[in-house]
Design a protein around this ligand. Structure first.
Ligand code: ZN
Length: 396
């Protein structure tokens, strides 16, 4: 036992930020990577089950990650589908609980209707994606974002919707869902994930789980006093998750492990992104499993906004296959509207009357499709940039 503890300790030491040195990168032969083709099981439309795993494996082997974009409207959904088609890469459309409430309508998503409405909103969004994705000719993963323990009724409602859909269509409505129980002690986090994965695996759903401290602001903790190593997931924690979830028959899962990627809690400069942790974790688990698969874990990168391209791509080399994008596409959506208004300001002040004449109608300028289309176009451009960063361009 002492030997094992010593081995773990040495890995932990290597993970303390500031003590890690980035090794020379292993660059895959470009020709070998280019030869890898999209698996035949991955077809245009929503991908689930085995096709989903084939797509994630393809991303991991080829060395790219798929953008996961929080959508809150049909325009947001269509921008995702348009970007996927334009830049020829797969796309993950995801809904948060709050996004589901918004899709359902703010007035019904209140009081004891919140869970029901957020489920209905997410289902409505999912059905829209299902109706349209195939027409765009791109594979799309349908996902839901963070679900804390308090929000489990929302999660249960989503699973019921998937179970109904599975009975009718032989596959789940969504591709995957995220459970974020990272504030719980590790054992409780794992136990609940196992419980849910057992239910999800029966209908081919994938589980994304979260590990690591995601912040302490609400507890009044000054982040300068936080032991830095606690902001970074330890390899043995990921291994504990891997072991437990791998035992579930037909269990499919990904891990959102903290490596300094905390959203909005710590000011820039206080926390450093340490993708090396993901590399070390893959090596640690690979060795535990016998070493055949060098990257056994599918990692998810949360809080990607503001990260350098270098850090993003080094994370992808460590088996990151999904990166969440929310803040940057919130801005692009708004920025499209902002620029539209600035450009046509004088045509948007009344229904009649503009610089061309006081009796000229402005209908074609204030038609809501005009500013919303500008928002879509700006978002498609931003997603193209994200896909470039993630090497998710021209991979279909
Ligand atoms: Zn997140």
């Amino acid at each position: 036992m002492k030997l094992a503890v010593a081995a773990l300790a040495s890995v932990a030491v290597a993970l303390v930020p500031g003590t890690t040195s980035r090794p020379t990168r292993t660059v895959l032969q470009q020709s070998a990577v280019a030869d890898i083709e999209l698996p035949a099981s991955v077809k245009p439309g929503v991908v689930t089950g085995e096709a989903l795993m084939d797509l994630l494996q393809y991303a991991k082997t080829k060395g790219f990650a798929i953008p996961a974009v929080n959508a809150v409207s049909s325009c947001g959904i269509n921008a995702c589908l348009e970007a996927a088609a334009k830049f020829k890469g797969p796309m993950i459309v995801q809904f948060s609980r709050g996004g589901g409430q918004f899709l359902a309508g703010k007035t019904i998503a209140t009081g004891d209707m919140v869970d029901k409405a957020s489920v209905a909103g997410c289902v409505a969004g999912a059905l829209q994606v299902r109706q349209l994705a195939e027409l765009y000719g791109v594979p799309v993963i349908l996902h839901t974002d963070h679900c804390m323990r308090d929000w489990l009724p929302w999660f249960d409602g989503l699973l019921e919707a998937n179970e109904d859909y599975y009975k009718a269509h032989g596959e789940p409505l969504f591709s995957s869902h995220m459970l974020d129980l990272s504030e719980d002690p590790l054992e409780e986090n794992i136990a609940t994930c196992v419980e849910y994965l057992e239910r999800m695996s029966k209908i081919d759903l994938l589980l994304e789980m979260e590990l690591g401290i995601t912040g302490g602001e609400e507890d009044g903790v000054d982040n300068t006093d936080v032991d830095n190593s606690k902001l970074y997931t330890q390899p043995e924690e990921v291994y504990a998750v891997y072991e437990a979830l791998s035992k579930v028959p037909n269990g499919k899962f990904t891990v959102a492990a903290a490596f300094g990627n905390v959203h909005g809690v710590y000011s820039p400069g206080n926390v450093r992104l340490e993708p090396q942790i993901l590399h070390n974790t893959q090596a640690y688990i690979s060795e535990k499993l016998g070493g055949e698969d060098k990257k056994p874990v599918y990692f998810v990168f949360h809080g990607g906004s503001g990260s350098s391209t270098e850090d993003i791509q080094y994370s992808i080399e460590a088996g990151v296959i999904k990166m969440n994008i929310d803040t940057d596409t919130q801005w692009s959506f708004w920025n499209g509207i902002r620029e539209y208004e600035a450009k046509f300001h004088d045509y948007l002040q009344a229904q009649i009357g503009n610089p061309d004449g006081e009796d000229k109608p402005n209908k074609k300028y204030y038609d809501p499709r005009m500013p919303l289309r500008a928002a879509e176009e700006c978002t498609v451009d931003r997603l193209g940039q994200a896909m470039e960063d993630l090497k998710c361009v021209n991979v279909l």
